[in-house]
Design a binder for this molecule. Structure first.
Ligand code: PEP
Length: 248
C-alpha cells in the first residue's frame, strides 16, 4: 500500500483578527511537528497567514472559493485570486456551507474541480447528519457525496489533495465519532475510490473532522484509513493545534 503522509488542517472558520492571528502565529512558529500542515483562514487574513507561515512546513489555505472563473460575481473570490495571494489549499463543501449556504453535492464537486484547475489543493468534505446516521443512511449519504466528486475529479487528482470525513453531528459539538465509527466510513470511502481507480485509491488522504482535540487525536489517527484531521475549534488555540499536529 502507498505510504500516506499525515495531514493536519486547521479550519479557523469565521474567527480571527490581525492581533489574534499574530499571537497565534508567534506561538505556532515556536512549535515542532513532522506531518503536513495546512491552516485555513478567512480570505482577508490570507496574506498575513502566508507571511506568518513563511519558512515553516505549513501552508495557508482558504475555506471556500467561487465556482466561477473571474468576472461579474459580486462578493465572490476566485481560485485564481487565492493562488495570487499564495494560498495552497482550500476547504470545499464544509457541512456549514452545505447546510447554511445551500451548497449541493454537485456544486461542491464543481468547486473541487475549479480548485484543481487553478492549482489549489482542495480538502473536500463529506459527512452525514445525525438524522441520517440514526436512519442507517451514513454510507449511502457519504457515498452519494463522493459519487458527485468522482464525476468531476479523478482519484489521481484527489491523491494530490485530501478528503475529509466530518460527521455533522460531531462538528463543534464535543461529540467525536469513535475511532471505529470513523474508520468504518473512511474504509468505505477508500473502497469507493478503489472502484473508480484501484491503483490511486491508496494514495488519497482521508482526514477525520469533528471535535478532534489533543486528548482524542492519537487514537483517531492510529486507524488504518485515517490520514490526519480537519480541526475546527481546537485549531484556534495554537498550543492545542500543535499538540494535535504532534499526535499525527
Ligand atoms: C470543522 O469545522 O471542520 C470541525 C471539525 O470543527 P470542530 O473541530 O470544532 O468540531
Amino acid at each position: 500500500m502507498t505510504a500516506r503522509r499525515k495531514l493536519i488542517a486547521a479550519n479557523w472558520k469565521m474567527n480571527g483578527s490581525r492581533a489574534a492571528n499574530a499571537a497565534w502565529l508567534t506561538e505556532f512558529r515556536a512549535g515542532r511537528w513532522s506531518c503536513d500542515v495546512a491552516v485555513c483562514a478567512p480570505f482577508v487574513y490570507l496574506p498575513q497567514l502566508r507571511d506568518g507561515l513563511a519558512g515553516l512546513a505549513a501552508e495557508p489555505g482558504a475555506q471556500n472559493l467561487a465556482a466561477e472563473t473571474p468576472g461579474a460575481f459580486t462578493g465572490e473570490v476566485a481560485g485564481e485570486m487565492l493562488i495570487d495571494v499564495g494560498c495552497k489549499w482550500v476547504i470545499v463543501g464544509h457541512s456549514e456551507r452545505r447546510a447554511l449556504y445551500g451548497e449541493t453535492n454537485d456544486l461542491v464537486a464543481v468547486k473541487a474541480a475549479r480548485a484543481f484547475a487553478v492549482g489549489l489543493k482542495p480538502i473536500v468534505c463529506v459527512g452525514e447528519t445525525l438524522a441520517e446516521r440514526e436512519a442507517g443512511g451514513t454510507l449511502e449519504v457519504v457515498g452519494a457525496q463522493m459519487d458527485a466528486v468522482l464525476k468531476r475529479c479523478s482519484v489521481v487528482q484527489l491523491a494530490q489533495a485530501a478528503l475529509a470525513y466530518e460527521p455533522v453531528w460531531a462538528i463543534g459539538t464535543g461529540r467525536t465519532a469513535t475511532p471505529a465509527q470513523a474508520q468504518e466510513v473512511h474504509a468505505a470511502i477508500r473502497a469507493q475510490l478503489a472502484r473508480a481507480d484501484a491503483s490511486a485509491a491508496g494514495a488519497v488522504r482521508i482526514l477525520y473532522g469533528g471535535s478532534v482535540k489533543p486528548g482524542n487525536a492519537k487514537e483517531l489517527f492510529a486507524q488504518p484509513d485515517i490520514d490526519g484531521g480537519l480541526i475546527g475549534g481546537a485549531s484556534l488555540v495554537a498550543a492545542d493545534f500543535l499538540a494535535i499536529c504532534q499526535a499525527a
